[in-house]
Ligand binder design. Structure first.
Ligand code: HEC
Length: 193
């Protein structure tokens, strides 16, 4: 009798654990599990986009890579959103794609804080922020300008890159960055639908 009691207790504990992990009881998900999932999604975003960008640069040069980035970056965001309960996009205080990357008021505030934290010496990996905003769990992970990024976001972009950017992004604000600066962020919101 006592062993049956133990078995069913173990079973219900396992059921609760699995339900939590798979998100079946999404209403009850705690902030720690949401945060862990958000971090994993932003890492996946970078781990998919960075090699795509590097390959495009080495295969066809920066103008080809601009073309690839303009298609693949929003696609990767959408693919991640479709396979999860999150909406996913990239934002910046100086947006290149002003149609999708213009921050809302919370994102604007967090991006300014990232810049302040970065200028005090904090590095990219720890520059993230999360919170319940109007009842919705949100997460942002800063994207730091690396030397590789300067080809298209730096202070000295070539005439060819400038022309290609102007053609695709007439309202582009995303040049003039130096290595180490906050270029923008990946921004996630959790939705239960
Ligand atoms: C080959 C040129 C190129 C390089 C190199 C490049 N980017 Fe971009 N970046 C773009 C283009 C084009 C877009 C607009 C994509 C779109 O339409 O969503 C963009 C957009 C972004 C955005 C989204 C916000 C916005 O302003 O639209 C972020 C964040 C970003 N880039 C960060 C980086 C980082 C960090 C690096 C270096 C690891 C980098 N980029 C390297 C071309 C480039």
């Amino acid at each position: 009798m006592s062993s049956r009691f133990t078995d069913s207790s173990v079973m219900s504990a396992v059921t609760i654990m699995l339900a939590t992990i798979t998100g079946c009881v999404s209403q009850d998900r705690d902030d720690a599990s949401l945060l862990a999932e958000a971090r994993a999604i932003t890492q996946q975003f970078t781990a998919t986009l960075l090699p795509t960008l590097q390959n495009a640069l080495s295969e066809g040069g920066p103008e080809h890579a601009i073309e690839v980035c303009s298609v693949r970056a929003p696609e990767i965001a959408n693919e991640l959103a479709e396979s999860t309960h999150w909406s996913v996009r990239r934002v910046s205080l100086k947006a290149r794609n002003d149609k999708i990357a213009t921050p809302d008021s919370w994102e604007r505030k967090v991006l300014s804080e990232f810049e302040a934290r970065q200028s005090k010496g904090e590095t990219g990996a720890t520059l993230s922020e999360s919170g319940k905003i109007d009842g919705e769990f949100r997460f942002m992970q800063a994207q730091i300008t690396m030397p590789l990024c300067l080809t298209c976001h730096g202070t000295n972009v070539s005439a060819g890159v400038s022309a290609a950017l102007r053609e695709k992004y007439p309202n582009d604000l995303a040049t003039g960055y130096r290595a180490g600066e906050v270029r923008g962020a990946i921004s996630l919101r959790y939705s239960r639908d």
